[in-house]
Design a binder for this molecule. Structure first.
Ligand code: CUA
Length: 157
């Protein structure tokens, strides 16, 4: 089979693009300083968050040497606590729930991302690597203030 030169060039260009794309994806997942390692959910009464020992007072708790749990409430149109502050090089499990409508919880620019459904507790475990600040964004339309619903995650050195 005879392959014309320009076809070879396209093949080479396609290979370069594929390799470049894979490199970007890999680099993107590891360079941001935080990475999701698991994702599941549990049930809760969305009308009684005030009486739930985890969510009555949204907060971050240290539960082991390098282990933290963050109890987060997403509601129209804030995340609590805000900011969420955790150390670098630790394992952080976020428990996130909503008392009103469906929200999103994503650490901007990372694969740490979950839907937050009233009646469910989204559980999301991440490894924090480098210190830095990340936006927390809501990526489910939740009402007129959806576009301003933003929090902050601070990863301390
Ligand atoms: Cu909360 Cu969109």
């Amino acid at each position: 089979m005879h392959i014309h030169n320009y076809e070879k060039i396209w093949l080479v260009l396609a290979m370069i693009m594929i390799v470049g794309f894979l490199t970007t994806v890999t680099y993107g997942a590891t360079a941001v300083g935080i990475e999701m390692i698991s994702d599941e959910e549990d049930t809760i009464d969305p009308g009684a968050l005030d009486e739930d020992p985890r969510f009555a007072e949204p907060r971050v708790e240290q539960v082991g040497e390098n282990e933290y749990e963050a109890y987060v409430v997403a509601q129209q149109y804030i995340f609590s606590p805000d900011p969420i502050e955790v150390p670098a090089n630790s394992t952080v499990t976020f428990y996130v729930t909503s008392p009103d409508v469906i929200h999103g919880f994503q650490v901007a620019g990372t694969n740490a991302n979950t839907m937050v459904i009233p009646g469910e507790v989204a559980k999301l475990t991440v490894e924090t690597e480098e210190p830095g600040e990340h936006g927390i964004v809501c990526n489910e339309y939740c009402g007129s203030g959806h576009h301003v619903m933003e929090g902050k995650l601070i990863i301390h050195p």
